[in-house]
Design a protein. Sequence first.
Lengths: 275, 162, 798
Amino acid sequence: MKPARFNYHRPGNLPDALALLAEHGGAARVLAGGQSLMPLMAMRLTRPEELIDINRIDELKGITADDTAVTIGALTRYTEILRSEVIAAAVPLLAEAIRHVAHHAIRNRGTIGGSLALADPSAETPAVCLALAARVIARSAAGEREIPIDSFFHGLMATELAEDEILVGVRIPKRAASARHAFLEFARRRGDFAQAGVILAPGHTGVPENRAVVFGVGATAWRSSALEGAMGRNIADDVYAALRLEVAAAVEDETADYKARIVTTLAERAMARLA
Amino acid sequence: MSSEAEILVRLTVNGAVVARHVPVRRSLADFLRHDLGLTGTHVGCEHGVCGACTIRLDGEIVRSCLLLAAQADGAAVETVEGLTESGEIAALQQAFLARNALQCGFCTPGMLVTAADLLRTTTTPTREEIRGAISANYCRCTGYHAIVDAIETAATSRTGDR
Amino acid sequence: MSAATDQEVGRSRVRPRARRLVAGRGRYTDDIAAPRAVHVAFYRSPHPHARIKALELSAARAIPGVVLVASGADIARHCKPFAGVHRLFIGMKAADQLPVAVDRACWQGEPVVVVAAETRAIAEDALDLIEVDWEPLEGFGTPEGALAGPAIHEQLGDNIGFDGITTTGDVATAIAGAAVVVEDTFRFGRHTGVCLEARSILAVYDPQEQSLVVHESHQCPAQQQAIFADLMGLPEHRVRVICPDVGGAFGIKQQLYGDELATCIVAKMTGRPALFVADRVESFASDIHAREHVVKARMAFAHDGSILALTLDDLFAVGAYSQYPRSSIGEASHVARLTGAPYRIPAYQARVRMVYQNKPPVGHYRAVGHPIACAVGESLIDQGARALGLDPIAVRRLNQIRDGSGPHASHGAAVLEGLTLDACLDRLLAGFDVTDFRREQAAARQRGSLLGLGIASFVELAGTGAPYYGESGAPVTAQEACLVRLEPSGHVRCQASATDQGQGTDTAIGQAVADAVGVAFDDVEVVSGDSAACPPGGGAWASRGASAGVEAAVRAGRALRAEILRLAGLILQRKPEQMYVRRGVIRDAVTGAELITIREVAVIGHYRQHLLPPGTQPDLSLVRSYVPQNQAFLTTNGIQLATVSIDPGLGEVRLLRHRVAHDSGTVINPQLLDEQIRGGVVQGLGAALFEEIRYGEDGTLGTGTLMDYLVPLATEIPDIEVVHVTTADPSTTLGAKGAGEAGTAGAAAAVLNAVNDALAPLGARVSALPLTPERVLAAIAAASSVPAEALSRQKAGT
């Protein structure tokens, strides 16, 4: 289980990385924390000809905050996010979710940008960013753009990022101090990818809309209109019937019944937590 | 097929500076084992799940199978051999022996590195905290009970020393 | 110092080898450097069943650094085919195998092309360039599909490798007269051992000497020596197999693997050392699997709970080939032998069918067959007790074979001796308050929570003796041997045929020999795992280390003590029987006065023989053997208890307590014994909740990595409580029985019963392992939609 051959690049700054990406396009992969990419390469499920290691690019690291949002550099590692007082105060949901990500040794390397760019449907970080109405910051040699998270995930491990773009960070609106949330996931074992998860983030002054996200179910994390419509109201049985239909639409294989059951349970418990 | 790309890496391993030309695709685990002969770091899955290859990189524990040797250029690496020589994990090793917290021994180096990391941050971990920390490391022989006992003992003996 | 306190047997000695292992100084096969070694990798069949129309290997050969690219036919020129037939099973059929497929692949993962290169990475580059023109054939993955399908191996006629029936008493009459008959169909998923060190082999061939030296991560060096010599046509005394530190084995490293034999052949073909280390993905695809059974079974009871009859039909799917050399029949034959074995059952019928399918071979994984037999028998007892409204523990007490009732010819045609089921049940319950639990369980139900309690008794057949493989035709021995030698320094070195993969067999042998010779434990060194350095013997399988392995060592140690006393007698002009040896000192039998040390005798015996009377020949290196000659299996028994909670919304089973009472015979090293049991339990808990290698109906592998095949982690497992009954086995000097498999034998059954106990108020039950959330939820959903039917199913036959 050894990777196929590749050329290794270790740019020291973002412009150099973007130039390499512009030059190699689809033949290149960007190496961030590598906690998912390295296994894929070792199993030769992906075989980039050029590997662009961005770990030495300091401008991609760190957490900053302004009045309305927290900006997290793409190369910020999970452990750093967990240790951040800024995150604990302004985006506690993110820290809560990251405690479910794998194990300490993995969190010491894994990055928020890598997780978003990989867009694993069972991963916590993309789901939390979706629940928090984050904006993904992408840059290419041509310039920078912000992508609303609602249009970022395109399908199974597919995103809005173009071949010549690097995800440089994510802006997450601060949660009002009074805002509550619920995060529940069910994994077979501690640290495993979720069988399913439900996140409820009721609207507040920063993000007025109710947002409810289901993950681990289907090709991407997705917002549940059934749950969003029910948040803050008395819940009728048909909410969960509607949720089950949403699950059925997202899951096309024989696990659909199972997923519908566990999502319903998680959603009931999440709703109860907010009640 | 392109030829085998190589790179010069210079790093500190267990306190000693080493420099080697290595294929860019070589993992840090393979580099430690086969280029440097530090075979105490074990490779159990090569996809970051089993924890047998856990080492310390710049003071933080990582899976050495999920890093390229090239990425460790300039870094400080510590392996079970180094932690043994420095005496840092002596209390853990003694507790593992006394409690028979290892059978085949293949997971043990990674388990010790993880346990040492836990004890650096948590003075007297509960059994549940110990189980949480070592849940990153597979052991197929012991069923974990003896390992939890041993780490608990090592933590207690350490605090007793203070 | 009294004899009791300086005895080594019975003490929790630290394993000497572990001192190296905790320091990162293990010597596993991949740690052993061989100059100029080539790295071997295999192109494996991506299809469960397909014909190889053509191979295009030239692009792979052209890569710089590639040393050899060989087809199955190239490899076959260097060896004989082999077939896993066990002649004790009359009518058994098995197809010939070759190390690498020729013309056709019969399972996904079967080796098709061998590559040897300067590095493993380059070898894998070559695999990428191999082109195979495949003609896919219909594949059969399920046991039922394989049974009905056309023969995978035409020459066998059909896919039934063995079909046998065991009968005792009159089943039809017993069932007709029963108060209750319960019936169920149990499904068991495929497992594998997941040794953390994958299979590994380093082969060095010398054409001048015609010698082959192999380092192999394996349990049975002597067996491998015989097999490599036989199949490759080499003189056996020029083949040496060394099993260095082995990173977990559990039965997975007990057989011959085609890829490992092919690696030896690569060493011969290239003239260079050849190293093959399976990666984790190919381990799942090619390691020995186990436990794929569908068992349909019935148990009939009288009103008072007496068991009247048991019938079972075990459909056992073993992959495309029967494993070599032991054959794959072991699991099913143990299912027939052991289901309901703790109980007196007057009428019994078991049919076992071993069927071939398009999957990798099934073989011997820890506790061969026992977990299946235990789950089936113990689940039926619980179902019967529930249908009769009786306490399941009382039903067990009523039916189990009484302690001290003498040899029992069981319904499964095994001779069971020295059972201690009553004592084990008492010990088990002495530390667990059932009444208290039932109260807690009822209170939990009031709150809508589900708690369950499960019990599982088992009879364990360990220490396999000569009758079983003696008749098989395979090069497998039930004998163990130990050479014990007194070094000139007075230290003792043992060279043992029994091997140690972490169980502590070396340590047990060291402790037993220390006592047998009369030296301190630290003065004994044990060497094992080397077919040239150690006498031939079985190695490690069927929990034989503490029984047969230690017995051979005790006999050799006692012989050495007698020789030491003989020489001391000659030196001191005394009769040997007037002296005894303790901790390296020879003393006067009456006064206890020190007469001479073993070291002094050793110096004379090795260097100063002229001081001995004329004609004296010192004999300070002695080998003794031990084989259970007439006893097919050493019987022991145990019982396990599990409590669980179930989250009815998620289907998640959480393990709360797990308790084991076991009769391991005489305890040599209490701590090593407990840890054998605990480790075995946790593998059984993996079977209960997590582990399954999933395949499609055509035999396509769906579980390729450690992300998919879940083994228990520290967070999912409770502490394991272990208590013992210690009834010495009368057939050996010390009377140890072995404990490697007890934990695995009963753990899954206890959890299965606990889960069904928890689900009972909902009218739900599960009978397929592992107990995944998906299965538990489906059972709950099925019960809540048709509660009446679910309840009546429990009472089927009433």
